[in-house]
Design a protein around this ligand. Structure first.
Ligand code: KG4
Ligand code: ZN
Length: 346
């Protein structure tokens, strides 16, 4: 089975063709960095127009890279939410049109499910597993028991961790996109110079909070002398901020793993997914933590953690295998929590 996946929910215009033997035959990502950089963040209307301009070419290049024709496909999957609705509509409508003209099954993929199932594309990961989903808008621990079956174990009570990275980067003048910029700056910084708070550390459960950490970054910047931040100061703040995030997430993971292990004693696999999972400091910290707790830690290669079409194609394959397809009347959704997904009934 080979499936085309289309991703347009934020500022990446992406498509990929994936086979059910887990090979990625074609994978093209156009990141709209130049379109949004001057605004210091993603502008939804500009993103939607750019998707409209670029998507057809991205799909053509993906088909060429894979050496396939639309007629060779067994299905078309597209992100149908959650995300910036203008872009989601562009991708979903394109997929529906292709499915309708070629009489192929259409799969409306939840973007978060794309992130959640990527580890099964890149590694031998069986259900159930515990996942930390950390992206620009989401920050949750979920028990994943099947496609479409997600149990929320805990999550942020305020900002998503990716949002904290992006906003802190902006305050430090590190530019856009923020997460990778903070990681790069942090490499040269002293993580011990600023003692930022560790919100919720040690509390029962596995909820998280990041808005206070962001405020502390702002305060640290204001407390420094002079009007502009030196490169060395920015590096120290970035390193101290990243260390605080990693520390808090590690603490929350200990609690999440204990709760998951009690409920699913056979699981023993921990997956980090979503854009922030591309962060190497975080990957290292959580990998060694899992080793101590007797869990295997799986983090997909960084390029498959951030938004891409392969994760959407793969989620499409997982759903098609179970006979889960969607009608062409499926309405794209700006909000679509994983817990509301339709999966297999057991
Ligand atoms: O999954 P994703 O590509 O898009 C969403 O679904 O949101 O995640 C984007 C988020 C952004 O907040 C970005 O700053 C963050 O992931 N991110 C990172 C890194 N790469 C991307 N955060 C920290 N370190 C990174 N290397
Ligand atoms: Zn994403």
């Amino acid at each position: 089975m080979i499936v085309l996946g289309i991703e347009t929910s934020c500022d990446e215009t992406a498509a990929a063709i994936v086979a059910d033997n887990r090979s990625i035959l074609g994978n093209v990502i156009y990141s709209q960095l130049d379109e949004h950089r001057v605004f210091g963040g993603v502008v939804p209307e500009i993103a939607a127009r750019a998707h409209l301009d670029i998507l057809e070419d991205v799909i053509r290049r993906t088909l060429a890279e894979a050496g396939t024709d639309v007629g060779d496909l067994d299905g078309i999957a597209a992100t149908a939410g959650p995300g910036l609705i203008g872009g989601v509509i562009v991708g979903a409508m394109t997929a529906k049109a292709m499915a309708a003209t070629r009489n192929l099954p259409f799969v409306a993929v939840n973007h978060l499910e794309g992130h959640a199932l990527t580890a099964r594309l890149t590694d031998d990961v069986a259900f159930p597993y515990l996942m930390l989903l950390v992206s620009g808008g989401h920050c949750q621990f979920l028990a994943v028991t099947a496609p479409g079956r997600y149990e929320l174990m805990g999550g942020t009570v305020d900002d998503a961790v990716g949002e904290a990275f992006d906003k802190s980067a902006k305050m430090m003048g590190l530019g856009f996109p923020g997460g990778p910029a903070v990681e790069t700056a942090a490499r040269l910084g002293d993580a011990k110079r600023f003692s930022f708070p560790r919100p919720m550390k040690g509390r029962p459960g596995c909820d998280m909070s990041f808005s206070g950490l962001k405020t502390s970054v702002r305060q640290a910047i204001l407390d420094l002398p002079g009007d502009s931040l030196s490169e060395a100061d920015a590096a120290d703040i970035a390193a101290s901020f990243q260390a605080a995030v990693a520390d808090v997430l590690a603490d929350r993971c200990v609690h999440a793993i204990a709760a998951f292990d009690e409920k699913y004693p056979g699981g023993k696999t921990f997956v980090i997914a979503g854009g922030v999972a591309a962060n190497s400091a975080l990957r290292e910290k959580l990998t060694s933590l899992c080793a101590l707790l007797g869990f295997r830690c799986v983090a997909p290669p960084p390029a498959l953690c951030t938004d891409n079409g392969a994760m959407i194609a793969w989620a499409g394959i997982e759903r098609l295998r179970l006979g889960l397809t969607d009608g062409l009347d499926f309405a794209p959704r700006p909000r679509w929590p994983l817990a509301e997904l339709q999966g297999v009934s057991t």
